[in-house]
Ligand binder design. Sequence first.
Ligand SMILES: *Cc1c(COP(=O)(O)O)cnc(C)c1O
Length: 366
Amino acid sequence: MNRLFLSPPHMSGKEQQYIAEVFESNYIAPLGAFVNRFEESVKEYTGTSNALALSSATAGLHLALRVLGIEKGDIVLTSTFTFIGSVNAILYQGATPVFIDSDESWNLSPELLKKAIKELKVKPKALILTHLYGQMAKIDEIVAICKEEGIYLIEDAAESLGASYKGQQSGTFGDFGVYSFNGNKILTTSGGGMLVSNNKEWIEKAMFFSTQAKEKFLHYEHKEYGYNYRMSNVLAAIGVAQMEVLAERVKRKREVFEFYKEQLSGIEEISFMPEIKGSYGNRWLTTLIFEKTDPLKVVESLEEVNAESRPLWKPMHMQELFEDSQTFVDGTSEEMFDRGLCLPSPTKCKNDELMRVVEVIKNICS
Ligand SMILES: *Cc1c(COP(=O)(O)O)cnc(C)c1O
C-alpha cells in the first residue's frame, strides 16, 4: 500500500520544462525572468497589485512587520490557533505576541479581538490573522475592527492560497498578505513564499530589505540592515507551473473534503471545520473533531493502513515558548486541539484510495 500523506506535492507536469528554460538562459543565479512571471501570476490570480517572491512565507511576515516599523516593545495580536510560522516573525522583531482564541468558525474570534484591544494597556500595532487550513476567517468583521482601531492587518494566508470571501481572494484584504509554497502546502516550489500588498511603496521597501538593503550605488553602500530573503529563479519556474493548476487543485481539495464528509455523515460524533457564509475555502486539509473517540487512537489505526494523520495545531498559548505571554482565550482552541485531527488530503489520488481512511474511522467510531 502506498502511503497516503496529508498534503504531498503534486506537480502540474510543466515544471521541468520551465526549469529547462532557466538552464538554457543560464539565469540559475537568484533573479531572472521566472521570478517576475511568478509574481505576475500571483498578482493576476489574487487580484493584488504588488507581489514579492521570497524564500518563505515566514520571511514575508518578517518583512511585513519590518516595513510597518514594528519593533521591540510593540504588541502584535495574533491567532493562537495556528502554526508557529505565523508568530516567529514577531519574535524576530523583538515585539510581543498576544494570543487570541478562535470561535465556532475555528478561526480568530472578532469578539475576543475587541476584548483584547479594549483591555490591553498598550495599544497593539498589528494583527497577524491566519486563515486556518485554507478556510476564511470572519474577514469583513476583522477588517472593520482593525480599520476602526488603527491596527495594521497582516493576513497569514500561507495555507489559504486560492480561498476567497465574496469573490475576493484571501491575502488581499489586509495591509499585507503572505502565501507559502512550502512542500506541504496546496502548491509548492519545494520552499518559498510570496508577500503581497496593494501598497506599492511597502512592497518596494520589502524588496530592498529582502536583498541586503543595498542602496542605489554602483558600489555596495548600506544605511540599514537587510536580509537575504529573495526567491531563486529556479524555484520560481516551479511556481509558475504550479500557479497554472491552482484552480484545479482547489477544486480537487474540496472534492476530497466532500467525499470524507459524505462517507462519514452517519457518524454523529464527528463534525468538520465549517465554511463561513459567503466564503470559498481551499480545504487545504480536511479537518474534523471527534466528540467521544480519542483522536490519537485514530492516528494509530490510520498508521496501520499506511495513512498519515495529525492532531490539529497546538495553540501557541499552550506552548512552553509562550508560557508567560498575555492571552485572550476561552478554551475553544484547547478543546479543538484535544479532539481534532487532520486527514490525508492529497489531490493526486482517487476517492477509492481514501476509502482506507474512511473504513478505519467508521470501524473505530461504531
Ligand atoms: C506553513 C505556514 C507558515 C510558514 O510558511 P513557510 O513558507 O514554511 O515559511 C506560516 N503560517 C502558517 C499558518 C503556515 O501554515
